[in-house]
Design a protein around this ligand. Structure first.
Ligand SMILES: NC(=O)c1ccc[n+]([C@@H]2O[C@H](COP(=O)([O-])OP(=O)(O)OC[C@H]3O[C@@H](n4cnc5c(N)ncnc54)[C@H](O)[C@@H]3O)[C@@H](O)[C@H]2O)c1
Length: 460
């Protein structure tokens, strides 16, 4: 066994120094941090063999750190030895109830301390076989959702590799990451096997977001949609499967098709339209991706989760491919007509990007999610007409609201979906979280964003 890694967490610099020195001289690799938050960040980058954790620290106590470690599938059995200046009976009980493996009282008897850590490190060899998540590949990472996800993962200390062909992605989305040592941008398509396999080989996890998206884009390019959204995903799953690497695959509420059974639950039947109506090329391709993913899980054991997203909105989203919210804000700010296609009674649930990113990150380490299809959306039901009215109100816009038939924008054979509302009980069961931001708060955030970034209105 290589020298075990011990993470020492204590807010008292002297104690930290003495323990670290003593452990180093006993042959351990030691990392030391002085707060609970820093401990969690260090562990998310690299799981040690043993954690020595002080109980009483400001901001986040050792108990809170321990609780978080036990809630995470990657650290649920990570050996933790609690440290304190004295342990009352209640403190000991609390530590063990939360999942501590051992405890030691300061000032400790050095020989005994080392022996205890050694014993825990020996039982901890499984951690070496299971390397911590470090390098993450995001296909479509220069797009709207992918770029927010990239930033959040980098902020948590991961190395992020973005593979994007910039078909709908934007340079501006990832500009702030360029030059960051934990970020690498690869211009290329997921259908390029040489590039894809090279980066899958270097990574520990893949978020597969690359796809031809946006209703207008899909209606205008049904062939690209089918080719890229199925062939590309097939390759991602093939190479990930060869390595046994986890995949988080983003699918869409569009797969529920013309179903009228709301809220949409993952086990519902799905009602697709015919191939001669272009918009269904997206839903059908994504559905085929779902079958591929689930079958790779069933037959090859691939750890993969399919996440069905429902109308995600936030800064950086553009409207030119048929995304409604940025388009309405642009018209409202510019004082031009806010155009609603159809009667405006169609209902959608909008989910704020920060909520989506937070939950997508949870999927990376959730073993319960493997082999599952899970809805990710909010319950913020709103008709498109009410959305237009609310945006007009919040921007104090003089824009008129006008109605146009779908055919004027999407062509004569367009079919729409009347009501899309997710059932998120499975999400809550598996991840224990659901999107937090309500509709009014989302609109306030979007309004503030456009006020502070007026140039963005011209990119929509
Ligand atoms: N935004 C939403 O409301 C929403 C809803 C449901 C599902 N989704 C899914 O989420 C994912 C991301 O969507 P988004 O809203 O960020 O869209 P986006 O268009 O901003 O991002 C998609 C990215 O994929 C890239 N891309 C497309 N084809 C590629 C290829 N062959 N190789 C490499 N890169 C390629 C694009 O350049 C773009 O950067 C997609 O899979 C989409 O189906 C999004």
């Amino acid at each position: 066994m290589e020298n075990p890694i011990v993470l020492v967490v204590d807010d008292e610099p002297d104690v930290l120094k003495v323990i670290s020195m003593r452990l180093k001289s006993a042959g351990f690799n030691v990392e030391s941090v002085s707060s609970g938050k820093a401990a969690l960040e260090a562990i998310s980058r690299n799981i040690p063999h043993v954690v020595v954790l002080d109980i009483y620290m400001p901001e986040m106590t050792g108990y809170e750190v321990l609780q978080k470690l036990r809630q995470n599938s990657q650290t649920v059995s990570l050996p933790v030895i609690m440290l304190s200046a004295g342990f009352s009976q209640e403190e000991k009980i609390k530590a063990f109830d939360l999942g501590a493996d051992d405890y030691i009282v300061k000032p400790y008897e050095e020989e005994e301390f080392i022996r205890r850590i050694n014993a825990l490190a020996k039982r901890s060899t499984c951690q070496i076989c299971k390397p911590a998540l470090k390098n993450i590949l995001i296909t479509g990472g220069a797009g709207f959702i992918g770029s927010h996800l990239s930033k959040s993962l980098i902020a948590k200390g991961y190395n992020v590799f973005v593979l994007d062909d910039f078909s709908t992605g934007r340079k501006e989305n990832v500009e702030s990451l360029e030059g960051n040592k934990n970020f690498q941008l690869i211009r290329g398509s997921v259908t390029d096997e040489a590039i894809l396999s090279k980066y899958i080989e270097q990574c520990d996890l893949i978020y597969h977001l690359a796809a031809t998206v946006g209703v207008k884009n899909v209606v205008d390019n049904p062939l690209d949609t089918v080719i890229y959204d199925t062939f590309g995903t097939g390759l991602v799953l093939k190479y990930a499967s060869a390595k046994g690497m986890k995949v988080v695959l983003t699918s869409t509420s569009e797969v529920y098709g013309k179903s009228t059974v709301v809220p949409f639950s993952e086990d519902n039947d799905l009602i697709m339209g015919p191939p001669n109506i272009n918009r269904w090329s997206y839903a059908c391709s994504k559905l085929l991706d779902e079958f591929l993913a689930i079958d790779y899980h069933k037959q090859r054991g691939l750890p993969v989760v399919v996440v069905r997203l429902f109308n995600v909105v936030g800064p950086g989203q553009v409207g030119m491919y048929g995304m409604v919210m940025p388009r309405f804000f642009k018209s409202a700010f510019k004082g031009t007509p806010i155009t609603i296609y159809g009667d405006g009674e169609q209902v959608r649930c909008f989910t704020y990007i920060d909520d989506v990113v937070e939950i997508l990150m949870e999927f990376a380490t959730s073993e319960k999610a493997n082999g599952e299809i899970v809805n990710l959306g909010s319950n913020n039901e709103i008709s498109i007409k009410n959305l237009a009215l609310k945006i007009k109100e919040i921007t104090k816009s003089s824009s008129k609201i006008v109605f146009e038939p779908y055919s004027s924008y999407y062509g004569s054979q367009f079919q729409d979906i009347r009501k899309r509302v997710p059932d998120i009980s499975k999400l809550k069961r598996i991840i224990g979280k659901s999107p937090k931001l309500g509709m009014d708060d989302i609109l306030v955030k979007m309004h503030e964003y456009f006020l502070s970034h007026p140039d963005e209105l011209d990119n929509i």
